[in-house]
Structure formats: C-alpha cells, structure tokens
Ligand binder design. Sequence first.
Ligand SMILES: *Cc1c(COP(=O)(O)O)cnc(C)c1O
Length: 392
Amino acid sequence: MADDSPTLHMVDVRGQYARIQSEIDKAVLDVVQSGQFINGPAVKNFTLALGEWLGHTAAAPIHVVPCANGTDALMAALMALGLRPGDEVITPSFTFISTVEVIHLLRLTPVMVDVDPLSFTLDPDAVANAVTPQTKVIMPVHLYGQCADMTALQALAKQHGLTIVEDAAQAIGSTWQSPDETWQSAGTMGTIGTTSFFPSKNLGAYGDGGACFTRDAALAKRLRMICNHGSKQRYEHEIIGMNSRLDSIQAAILGVKLPHLADYNAARRKAADRYDALLGDHPKITLPYRHPRSRHVFHQYTIKLGAKGDGPGLRDHLASQLQAQGIPFGIYYPKPIHHQEAFTDLPSRPPELPVTEDLTNRVLSLPMHTELTNDQQDYIAGAIRRALASYL
Ligand SMILES: *Cc1c(COP(=O)(O)O)cnc(C)c1O
C-alpha cells in the first residue's frame, strides 16, 4: 500500500464515537451506577424519543417496542399477527438472511419474488403476480437505506386484504412521500415496521439492539408481551413469547446518538453525492438510483458494475484489486436467499428471479459512514478507476 494511503473503514464506529465520547461515557456510567441494567429508565426514554423522532403525534401515534436485535424484531412482528403455519409471506430474495429466516422459523411459507432493477427493492408487479389465497403478509425490505414503493404495496395490500411488515433495518430516517404528498418514516407505514441497532446500522448501538414500530396500540401491547415471554404480569403468560430485550446500556447509548441521527444521515447523503460526482461519468459504473419519492439515507452506497447479464467477472476483478490495496468494500448480497443451502427444501421452489441473480453478480458497496473525508473518497474513486481500467 502506498505511504500516503489513508486508513479506510467500511464503517468508522470509533471515529464517530470520538466526537461524542464524553456524552456516551457519562450515559453508560449513569446506567452502571444506577444498577438498572434491564428495562431501566434509559430504555423507556429512548423508545419514547425515537417515537417522537419518527413523527409520533397524539392524533397519529407511533409506538416503539424495543427488543434485542433486528432479527427478533421481525420475528416478534410476525408472531404478533396471529398467522397460521402455511400462510404465505411475500418478500424479496435479494436481502439479508433474517428476513426470510424468521418466516421459516415460524413455519410460514416464504414466497420470494424479484426486485425492481432500479431501486433493488420489492417489485410491486412481482408481488401482484405472487398473491394467492394463502398470502397474508407482504414484507418489503427498504434496502440500502431507501424505501420500497410503499404506495404500490399499500394499494396491493388493500386490494387483497394483506398486512405489511416493513423491514427497515437499513433505513431508519428514510422517508417515503405518500400520494397525499406527506412524507412518512420508513417503518411507520406498514402495520408493523422493524429496525436494527446493530453497530454498523445508521443508528447503531455498541452491541445488539432492535425495535418494532406500530401505529396500533393493541398490537404494540401484544409486541411488548411477545418480547417479554408472552407476559404482561410477572409469572402470568398469556401467549407464547420470547426473551428479547434492548438492554439499558445500549438504550442509553442510542439515546445519546438519536439527536445526531439527522446529521449522521445528512453526512451519508453528502458522501453519496460526492461519490456520484467522482464516479458518475464512468461507463462501467451504474450509480445508486434515488427514487423521487424516497429520501435515501445511504446505509450502503452500492454501485452496479458492467451491463445487464454480465457475469461476476468485472465486479470480482474490482473486488480483488480493492482488497489488494487495502480498500474495504462489501458485497450485499453475493447469493440470493433462495439459493442458500438452508432454503433448498422450500415447499415451492421460487421461479427464476432474473433481476436478483443479475444484481448478485454485479453489486459492490463502497465505504460509507459519517466520518468519510473528501481525501478518502478521492483515493477510493481513483483506485476504482485504475482497477476498472486494468480489466481485460
Ligand atoms: C441488519 C439487518 C437485519 C437484522 O438485524 P440484526 O440486528 O442484525 O438482527 C434484518 N434485515 C436486514 C435487511 C438487515 O440489514
């Protein structure tokens, strides 16, 4: 590596911490000294603050139910809906494993469909084609920080009497402009929305964490019970639940970070604009699409290499060149879920998902976080150009 190469990270959690260290240290110490490690006041304060942040009002409430991680949030959401084994849940195959895993764990049937070639999020036409009398839920994933087409999905849900569970693990702070022109927060448009506070997410804890969002007070109560062994009152268990809590130290850390979230997302958008400017003219690069109705919060900045139908050759060449130069990158995701070994015995094999297959060969995500500097981005863009020029 050249001597002038900057230290690069895919996500710079330590750099971000350094800016708010005294506040974080105090918040953590307060919890330690209080001795209230489980369900302390920090948990309640943070969940109320997050509800407000997402747009809670007395007229249009948003209930935030905290839990241990984003996967549990998805699990709790599906458990709360009173579904029966064999009920079908339509979801993308181009996602992180959690989304499909929880469907399977609950003996529901995942019906994986293709994504839109521009936004890489659930394709509403593919959803419409997959609806059967067994379909109960549509589970869009707001991939990379941008909302799936909620207007189209809400119309389908209404038409067929389906429930929407939004996986907003990557999209906290993203918004979608509904037909009445108002902007709604990712995770607050479906019957239930979920998010993750995994450290690398846009609102990251210093460990695991997650939450469900809902506008339905009765569902919020049910979600709280599910995350607490199906219990409202100690040693009284009305329904089957699980043990899934956001611990007080994580909640205290998130409480410090939440007031910075708008700035964090703005910093990511600014970095994304700059990557666009640095790479936009390259014939082998397709920049991330920005849907006019969604505000993108760039959990990932993901470029697409080469042309439709190209194999993984160019992307893999770029990946190995970046690796050789110590430039971090990610491939989200290299293998569709319906090709994962764990999912080979699905009740019904998904048909061909051509967009999904194409994307798994061509996507590559660049370093994206709140601490990226212009120099770092220049260096990364230069390395990408050189690597692409050396592909034979
Ligand atoms: C991160 C993520 C999850 C799971 O969150 P965890 O907190 O790691 O359990 C679920 N879905 C998507 C799309 C994610 O990116």
